[in-house]
Ligand binder design. Structure first.
Ligand SMILES: [Zn+2]
Length: 136
């Protein structure tokens, strides 16, 4: 009796843990609306690579190579145009505004002599005074 209760408890705890775990899993990435076009694009790129290889090893005549290459490039242009067209109709992802960089404790412009430096400095390389601008 005691064993059965313990076993049930363990099963309950395990079930609970796995339930949490499955909730923690990230959502599957949404398939982009032009996924099928991307697949075709990749296939054409591979075709072009193969073509170039066969041409290099002498399996293809110049004429065959040029004709096939132009055909593939034409298909590629069509697919790229389709992808662009779909992208144009998609809402653009929101641009996360970058937080303004915190004011540097040091300055690139000497408040005493007006010398300007590439990097922020603590002390002016020209007059040697503090670049922080305090009247010390
Ligand atoms: Zn200075």
């Amino acid at each position: 009796m005691y064993l059965a209760v313990a076993a049930t408890l363990v099963i309950l705890i395990l079930w609970y843990l796995f339930r949490i775990r499955s909730q923690d899993l990230p959502e599957p990435e949404p398939v982009s609306p032009f996924h099928h076009l991307e697949v075709r694009k990749a296939a054409i790129y591979e075709g072009l690579r193969d073509l170039q290889f066969e041409y290099r090893v002498g399996k293809l005549s110049d004429e065959d190579y040029q004709r096939t290459k132009l055909g593939l490039q034409g298909q590629l242009a069509t697919i790229l145009a389709e992808i662009d067209a779909i992208k144009a109709t998609q809402p653009q992802p929101k641009q996360v505004p970058k937080p303004a960089p915190a004011a540097a404790p040091t300055s690139k412009l000497c408040p005493h002599c007006g010398a300007r430096f590439e990097k922020a400095l603590k002390f002016c390389g020209e007059c040697g005074k503090s670049m922080a601008g305090d009247a010390a």
